[in-house]
Design a protein around this ligand. Structure first.
Ligand code: FMN
Ligand code: SF4
Length: 71
């Protein structure tokens, strides 16, 4: 299982097809787009909107829960 910086469906598929990993995990893309899997399943294969700036840690550290501060 692999996690870290995987932002596109195409990249995820390539990692599995090449045998680099059996499973792909994502964290920040799902914080920014909780509906991301449904979006991909609907055929909208644009890469994740998350810009990986780690802004979602700030409310978490302040005890306000984790959410995307860019969205
Ligand atoms: C807000 C936030 C909290 C996280 N908390 C943990 C944690 O408690 N333990 C952990 O092993 N990784 C934690 N991570 C790391 C993620 O599990 C993941 O490895 C990392 O974000 C890279 O994946 P991504 O590029 O898909 O976000 C956290 C990441 C974020 C953004
Ligand atoms: S705050 Fe930044 S890293 Fe966190 S989900 Fe939003 S865009 Fe991604």
């Amino acid at each position: 299982m692999l996690v870290g910086g995987i932002r596109s469906f195409e990249m995820a598929g390539r990692l599995v097809d090449k045998g680099i990993t059996d499973y792909v995990s994502q964290c920040r893309p799902r914080i920014r787009e909780p509906n991301l899997i449904n979006r991909l399943e609907s055929g909208d294969l644009r890469k994740a909107a998350c810009i990986s700036d780690n802004g979602c840690f700030q409310p978490g550290m302040a005890g306000e829960g984790i959410y995307c501060v860019v969205e």
